[in-house]
Design a binder for this molecule. Structure first.
Ligand SMILES: Cc1cc2nc3c(=O)[nH]c(=O)nc-3n(C[C@H](O)[C@H](O)[C@H](O)COP(=O)(O)OP(=O)(O)OC[C@H]3O[C@@H](n4cnc5c(N)ncnc54)[C@H](O)[C@@H]3O)c2cc1C
Length: 368
């Protein structure tokens, strides 16, 4: 067991931190949060400076952590242009990889993953958007809800129903759907609690004609492809959690320093600092354990769900505690944004309840 990062990874962390501190000043973060604007220029800069380096998944995790440590809205915006790319990478044809992934990897195009519908996100097998085969095309009708990059992405990996089966999830298939296809409409959503610099939209699909070569893998296997993807992406959400928790903790310590020694020596402040630091350390360890299994091609979905759930809850816990120990100083600082930003981590890519169901089902199945 080795707990150390390589020298190259340590240097990369410094580079990511330097980028975030330089580009995500308080003023900039507040502006994008207030205006609910996607930071396209910052995304391009992060790409140009190789802050997102797909040659090493550890570097992706490190970048997510360091960018979210400075600001989650900007950090997530800069690190999700590729959201859903693993589905095409793992299950798509060479044609799809070349046509769609190449421009994304060259920073020229943006993508998203559309699963959730107005009727709900947790019950993925219950989704209602349909794709009907007609000649060499599929015709898609329905709606998607709360889709990240929804109004800015060039295309989406979209999960839809291609048949009614006794086991509902057997009737789902994944497609690449371009936003320029006639019948596709995106409506940007505003007024989110947090991560307001990220783009979120609802999607309408009215008789959208999708060529059959845009089917990813096989018909009826989409549910499996998306669940495989979540077992990857949850680790990166856990990275967002460590970043937000660490960033809130950094800010709390800096306010405590300003408040002076006597204030910090109060027992309740000391206990809160110890609890925050311990939970961040534990979240980091479980996330790195889940990541090391995945990055060595031996993913463990139980540990992955534990990491996602625990790191998300740690972000919420630390952001709240940080406000408690800093009082008025905290509430009027960037900590209020960390507090609002943290909550989404307990919701997307599987709510904490869904993660608990996955963890307990896997453990109970093994026990039998
Ligand atoms: C800012 C933002 C960005 C998002 N980006 C994307 C995206 O890019 N792509 C995408 O597809 N989706 C996206 N989502 C949607 C997100 O994944 C869903 O919100 C999430 O899956 C939960 O679905 P829901 O909100 O419909 O809640 P529901 O599924 O309706 O759940 C409501 C509540 O019931 C609980 N619950 C549900 N089922 C069970 C159960 N069986 N047992 C116990 N409790 C249960 C849940 O935990 C939750 O507390 C995004 C959401 C937000 C807010």
């Amino acid at each position: 067991m080795d707990f150390d990062f390589t020298e190259e990874q340590v240097k990369f962390r410094e580079k990511a931190r330097e980028f975030a501190e330089r580009e995500f000043s308080s003023e900039v973060a507040r502006k994008f949060d207030r205006e609910e604007k996607y930071p396209e220029e910052i995304r391009k800069k992060a790409y140009a400076e190789h802050v997102i380096d797909y040659s090493d998944p550890w570097k992706v995790l490190i970048a997510i952590e360091e960018l979210c440590r400075q600001d989650a809205g900007l950090g997530i915006s800069a690190t999700v242009p590729y959201f859903g790319e693993e589905v095409i990478m793992l299950f798509g044809s060479d044609h799809l990889k070349e046509k769609y992934l190449q421009p994304v990897n060259e920073g020229k195009s943006l993508m998203g993953l559309a699963v959730t519908e107005p009727g709900g996100g947790s019950d993925v097998a219950g989704l209602k958007t349909t794709a009907r085969k007609e000649g060499k095309n599929y015709i898609i009708n329905g709606a998607k809800m709360f889709i990240t990059n929804g109004s800015i992405a060039d295309f989406f990996v979209m999960l839809v129903r291609t048949s009614e089966e006794e086991k509902r999830h057997h009737g789902l298939s994944a497609f690449v759907v371009e936003s320029r296809f006639p019948g596709f409409k995106a409506n940007k959503l505003k007024g989110k609690l947090g991560v307001r610099a990220t783009d979120t939209a609802e999607l309408e699909l009215n008789n959208v004609v999708v060529p059959e070569e845009n089917l990813i893998g096989e018909e009826g296997k989409g549910f499996y492809y998306i669940m495989t993807f979540f077992n990857i992406s949850r680790i990166f959400v856990a990275g967002q959690g460590i970043g937000i928790a660490q960033g809130a903790f950094d800010r709390a310590l800096s306010i405590l320093r300003r408040k002076g020694k006597a204030y910090s020596e109060k027992e309740e402040i000391q206990f809160a600092v110890a609890e925050m630091a311990t939970q961040i350390q534990a979240a980091r360890l479980i996330t790195y354990k889940a990541a090391s299994y995945l990055f060595n091609f031996k993913p463990d979905p139980t540990i992955t769900s534990m990491a996602k759930k625990y790191a998300a809850e740690t972000a919420v816990f630390v952001a709240e505690k940080a406000l408690e120990v800093t009082g008025v100083d905290g509430i009027s600082s960037d900590l209020e944004r960390f507090y609002r930003d943290a909550k989404i981590l307990e919701i997307w890519e599987g709510t904490s309840e869904v993660e608990k169901l996955i963890i307990s089902r896997n453990i109970l199945k093994e026990a039998q």
